[in-house]
Design a protein around this ligand. Structure first.
Ligand code: SF4
Length: 181
């Protein structure tokens, strides 16, 4: 859905370093009636050009796994904790993530998902206080009245290969998330 919120976000200039190099603000996908929300860290090069989250290799893997577990991507809301691509894909600073927090909260509220999956440690830490991803991965947690399920980032699954731990767990965790919808 495209809303007034999207319109305001597209003109956001709160993070000077990101504004200087971004092509556009990647607001995220919010299909009407989405019950599953997936949260990543930040847009990469392809997302910055296309204007949608998770369209590169990680996105293609995410799409394939969602299809496999019976809940295709077009039914899923997908956002990042930071909406503008950091230069050279550096990790967003804690300041940038904090600055974008209001937008992220507004997006989550507008989706009002039944289950939220956080991909990787950075997105997980946005929602859950944890020293490591493994401490919470695969667990359905209650956070501020929402069900949150942390898992691996698809980039980690790609790095580990088709039979690697991250791929196996990511697939399992997405299936678990869908079973909770
Ligand atoms: S990352 Fe978020 S807060 Fe920073 S400029 Fe982009 S939309 Fe604004």
């Amino acid at each position: 859905v495209s809303t007034e919120l999207d319109g305001r976000m597209r003109f956001c200039t709160r993070c000077p370093e990101l504004v200087a190099t971004r092509t556009q603000v990647v607001v995220g996908d919010r299909p009407a009636g989405a019950r599953l929300l997936v949260i990543g860290e930040a847009p990469g090069a392809q997302e910055d050009v296309v204007g949608r989250p998770f369209v590169g290799r990680s996105g293609q893997l995410l799409d394939a796994l969602l299809e496999e577990v019976g809940h295709p991507r077009h039914q899923v809301a997908v956002i990042n904790t930071v909406k503008c691509r950091p230069p050279a894909n550096r990790v967003p600073t804690s300041q940038e993530t904090a600055t974008c927090r209001d937008w992220t909260v507004a997006l989550i509220d507008s989706v009002d998902p039944r289950v939220t999956v956080t991909l990787g440690l950075s997105a997980t830490r946005w929602m859950v206080k944890t020293p490591t991803l493994s401490a919470v991965r695969g667990k359905a947690l209650e956070v501020d009245g929402r069900t949150v399920l942390p898992t691996y980032h698809p980039a980690a699954a790609l790095r580990g290969g088709p039979n690697g731990e991250a791929m196996v767990r990511l697939r399992e965790d997405l299936a678990l998330a869908v079973s909770l919808l």
